[in-house]
Ligand binder design. Structure first.
Ligand SMILES: NC(=O)c1ccc[n+]([C@@H]2O[C@H](COP(=O)([O-])OP(=O)(O)OC[C@H]3O[C@@H](n4cnc5c(N)ncnc54)[C@H](OP(=O)(O)O)[C@@H]3O)[C@@H](O)[C@H]2O)c1
Length: 340
């Protein structure tokens, strides 16, 4: 509960309230008892007239327009890059501080890109817009931060196993529908993702850069890691893959430090790391799984082992799973709003 008097509590708006991230933003505000005077929900004209539950009431969803931000103090955007580019500057002009989930402003040098466990200081002196990082970036590097700080990670390689939820509510529905059709022996024409999704996996559905062969998701992870760690030297590579999991991303990560490091040291650092939970039980072969990460705040980390391909002893491999609708999107955005 807030210690602020009611007159100083903020009016909060969610843009994209009906989406996969939007409904989690509403839930996070409620569960964390975010101190607010009023919550206003916006989406496209398609959703005008719907209601969504918040704190025991049904709140109306309104169509977003240029007047939507009058009287709004904090605006949480999760309605795609185009909507953010058009409306976030209007929200700032109306006096609101924007926390944006899209990629529209992330690499703008004037816009802080923030993971509260890593770089809360980047919020200082913001110009009205704060960017929430890419979901894979948040989930992979939040556990790596304490290791980087103590032992300097020089190189980082990862392969991702990304769930349907990362592509929004319609992609989750496509996974459900196409799986049902597959099991019933029916044809299914995919509408959201570019390839058959049931019992299949494919390279991430973003454009591949013909010059370097990386897709947009992989390039986001590379660039955003450097910006959040404030380390232009760290070498990062990623292979991003969409897998037929409904919710929560997983990643296989190998990193190389400046000097030799042991799995025991990594385990000790992660045991004390905020926002992280160790799930590392070789005897039971029990390690992080999307099933266990779904609907939960912490990022699960396990399979911590020395990388045997590096005889110098400087490399460690591990496996993570995290709910990218929560820590990878809504929860991180609400944590930023709490800091504000
Ligand atoms: N899913 C993730 O894990 C994740 C993680 C990090 C960041 N993000 C980013 O968060 C944003 C939302 O993602 P999502 O997965 O929640 O997508 P989604 O499920 O497709 O939801 C999109 C939301 O945006 C609204 N919207 C679309 N066009 C609009 C417009 N012109 N004006 C106002 N509202 C509009 C939709 O409203 P209607 O229901 O009315 O269409 C809906 O509420 C994207 O920018 C995405 O890149 C997503």
């Amino acid at each position: 509960m807030s210690a602020l008097p009611a007159t100083r509590l903020p009016v909060v708006a969610i843009v994209g309230a009906t989406g996969a991230v939007g409904v989690e933003l509403i839930r996070c505000l409620e569960q964390r008892r975010f101190p607010l005077k009023e919550l206003r929900l916006f989406a496209s004209a398609r959703s005008a007239g719907k209601t969504l539950p918040f704190a025991g009431a049904q709140l109306p969803v309104r169509e977003l327009d240029e007047e939507s931000f009058t009287g709004v103090d904090v605006a949480l955007f999760s309605a795609g890059g185009g909507t953010s580019r058009r409306y976030a500057p209007l929200a700032v002009r109306a006096g609101a501080t924007v926390v944006d989930n899209s990629s529209a402003f992330r690499m703008d040098p004037k816009v802080p890109l923030v993971v509260p466990e890593i770089n809360p200081q980047a919020l200082r002196g913001h110009g009205g817009i704060i960017a929430n990082p890419n979901c894979c970036a948040i989930i992979s590097i939040t556990p790596l931060w304490p290791i980087h700080r103590a032992h300097r990670i020089e190189r980082l390689q990862m392969a991702t196993y990304q769930a349907a939820s990362g592509a929004g509510a319609a992609a989750m529905e496509e996974l459900r529908e196409s799986t049902r059709a597959y099991l019933e022996g029916r044809e299914y024409a995919n509408k959201v993702l570019p390839h058959p999704y049931a019992f299949n996996l494919f390279s991430h559905n973003t454009r591949v850069d013909p010059d370097n062969g990386y897709n947009e998701e992989e390039l986001k992870v590379i660039q955003e890691t450097r910006k959040i760690f404030d380390d232009a030297q760290i070498r990062v590579s990623a292979t991003c893959v969409r897998v037929p999991v409904l919710r929560a991303h997983a990643m296989a990560i190998t990193f190389e430090c400046a000097a030799p490091i042991s799995p025991a040291r990594v385990r000790a650092l992660l045991a004390a790391a905020p926002g992280v939970k160790l799930v590392d039980d070789p005897e039971r072969n029990y390690f992080p799984m999307p099933k266990d990460a779904s609907g939960r705040d912490p990022i699960l980390v396990g399979r911590i082992r020395q990388d045997l391909s590096d005889p110098s002893g400087r490399s460690i491999s591990l496996f993570v799973a995290g709910d990218q609708l929560l820590k990878g999107a809504a929860l991180n955005a609400v944590q930023i709003a709490e800091l504000l």
